[in-house]
Every structure is written in structure tokens, then in C-alpha cells.
Ligand binder design. Sequence first.
Ligand SMILES: NC(=O)c1ccc[n+]([C@@H]2O[C@H](COP(=O)([O-])OP(=O)(O)OC[C@H]3O[C@@H](n4cnc5c(N)ncnc54)[C@H](OP(=O)(O)O)[C@@H]3O)[C@@H](O)[C@H]2O)c1
Length: 333
Amino acid sequence: MQAAQITHYHQTTPTLQTIPIPTPRDHEVLVKIKAASINPIDLKTMAGGLKLLLTYPMPLTIGSDFAGEVVAVGKRVTQFKVGDAVYGRPQKNHIGTFADYIAVATADIALMPRHLTYQEAAAIPLVGLTSYQALHDLMHLTPGQKVLIQGGAGGIGTIAIPLAKRMGAYVATTASRKNFELVTCLGADRAIDYHTEDFAETLTDYDAVFDTRGGTTLEQAFRVVKPGGTVVSVSGLPTAKFAKDYGLPHWKRALFALAAHKLTRLARQTKTRYHFLFMTPSGRQLQVLTDLIEQDAWHPTIDRTFPLSQVDQALAHARGGHARGKIILNIGE
Ligand SMILES: NC(=O)c1ccc[n+]([C@@H]2O[C@H](COP(=O)([O-])OP(=O)(O)OC[C@H]3O[C@@H](n4cnc5c(N)ncnc54)[C@H](OP(=O)(O)O)[C@@H]3O)[C@@H](O)[C@H]2O)c1
């Protein structure tokens, strides 16, 4: 089979290699991948930017989520059968979706929403689970609460906005002005052009901020959120608590505690909570998303689709940092 691989960190372009088709283990299914999505984590993985959290043996097939068809099942698999259309985000030590096939644990997959194409379904797992875990598991958003979602036109924003609206929240978001129509159609109640307007000057008393930017943008979030509120960042600095929960050794916990000191101080001063979220693969939560998406007959926003042979161009497009929704790789269709 074909697989987009790197042989070392800091390799900016993966190369297509021919490698053996994997054999599913007892609790795995073999999936013929039809589409995968590009995520910024793919770029970070290739650049070696996640080495403190994850190290990979080389060569490494990249790619973090997929949609495809089950073509074989392991001995102990009962929930899925050959022919099922599934999607998923494999465990972080088991990535490799820019490829024709993947053997993946049944715990990490779910049946795809029936009304979606493989390309649309592939847009969902990583950003969908991240958004669900931020808005539902950590913020516990309830109807009427106000949330700011940074980067509303991006991969996360285009699923987080409709999800937050579905939970009954009032949603403000940041985007370039040219994307105001998109974020408004997705349900945003208030759009802020981050090029010309300072969100921290305009917004106050928010229950929660979903930060996708990190840096000073994240620090400013503590001016927006009210006491008792929550800031969740997927791009900021991990905390010591995260490092402990993630099972990192003491020296890394100490390192993260030091690095996130300013953020934990800001949270203390403003009487708010700060969480760093490193999303967790979950077939169970993905099934919840499947059900919601089917009920709403919802379709994700696709920016562009590239064939696997143009994976370098797809990654370069993502590197530009201004995707409108998701960038998709078409594989084997
Ligand atoms: N920790 C985790 O588990 C986790 C999970 C998923 C993602 N992430 C991280 O979250 C970040 C966002 O992911 P994504 O998939 O949404 O990325 P993405 O699709 O590449 O985001 C592109 C979007 O970012 C917007 N943007 C650029 N600069 C901005 C700014 N200063 N303020 C507000 N928006 C801005 C752009 O908006 P305009 O084009 O409108 O300017 C564009 O729509 C990435 O860093 C990713 O690595 C982390």
C-alpha cells in the first residue's frame, strides 16, 4: 500500500512509500481509508514540536484521522463488520492515516454519519472530539452561557461553533472579516475581526473561552472570562496537572509548572479555571457526535480536497494558517 512517510523530524515534505498492508490484531479492524484530514498536529509532529509529549519511531506514516470502509476484523471484534463505513482518530502512538489502509482499535472508531461522504466524515474526528471535550467535558456549557471561540473559520472553529450553539450557548468568535459570513452561517452570534478589533476590550463577563491560539491571545482570555469561568486552550502551555494526568515524569511536570506559571497565576487572580486540553481519542464520544450530526443533518465545512499524491501541497496549504474549515486528502477513491 501507499503511505506518506517521514524518515526524520524537521522533514517538511513526506514521501509516498510502498509498505505492507497491516494485519489487524484481536481488537482491531482493518480499514480501507477513503479520506483523511490535515490537522496542524501533523505539521507539528513532522517538525518534532511534540517531542516532549510524544516520540515516534521512524519511518513514520503521518495523518491523524480518517474515514473509510472496514475490510477485515480481528478475532475478538463484535461491534463492527466488513463493509461498515467508519471514521476515527487513532491513538496518538498509532497514527498514520495518510495511507491506503490502517489497522485501528475498535475503541477509537465509530460508524460514520450516514448522510455524509467519506470526505466530509474525515473532516470530523480530531476537531470534533477536541471541540466536544472542550465545550462539554471541561466547560460544561449550559444554555444561555456565553463562550468565545477563537479562530471560528478554522478546522476547530467550524465545528465548535455549531456544537456550542447546539448546547444553547451564546457564541462570539474571532475571524478575518472575509469569513464573517461563514461564521455567522455556522451560528456565531458575534464576530470579531482580530486584525482590527481587540476582543479583550470588547467582550466581558464570558463564562468560557475556547483558545486555539496560545501566546498573548490566551493571556488576554482572562480579561474576558468572569469569576468562576473557564479558559480551555488547545494551543497554550500545558500545566503541571496536565503533565501528571498524562503520566509524564517529575522533571517534565516541573518544567510545565514553570512554563505555565503565568497562566496559572492569571487564573488565580481572576478566580477562573485554566485547562490545557490535549484531546483524547474516543470511539464512544465519536458515536455521540455521529448521533448529533445525523439528528441535525449537519455537514462540515470543507476548504479544499487534494489527492494523496499531492499531500505536500495539502500540508503547504495548511501551513498558510488560513484554512476555511478542513483540508481533506482523498485516498483510494
Ligand atoms: N491540543 C489539542 O488536542 C489540539 C487539537 C486540535 C487542534 N489543536 C491546535 O489548535 C489550533 C487550531 O487548530 P485548527 O485545526 O482550527 O487550525 P486551522 O484550521 O489551521 O486554523 C486556521 C484558522 O485560524 C484562524 N486564525 C489565524 N490567526 C488567527 C488569530 N490571530 N486569531 C484568530 N484566528 C486566527 C484563521 O482565521 P482567518 O482565516 O479568518 O484569519 C483560520 O480560519 C492549532 O494550533 C492546532 O494544533 C490542538
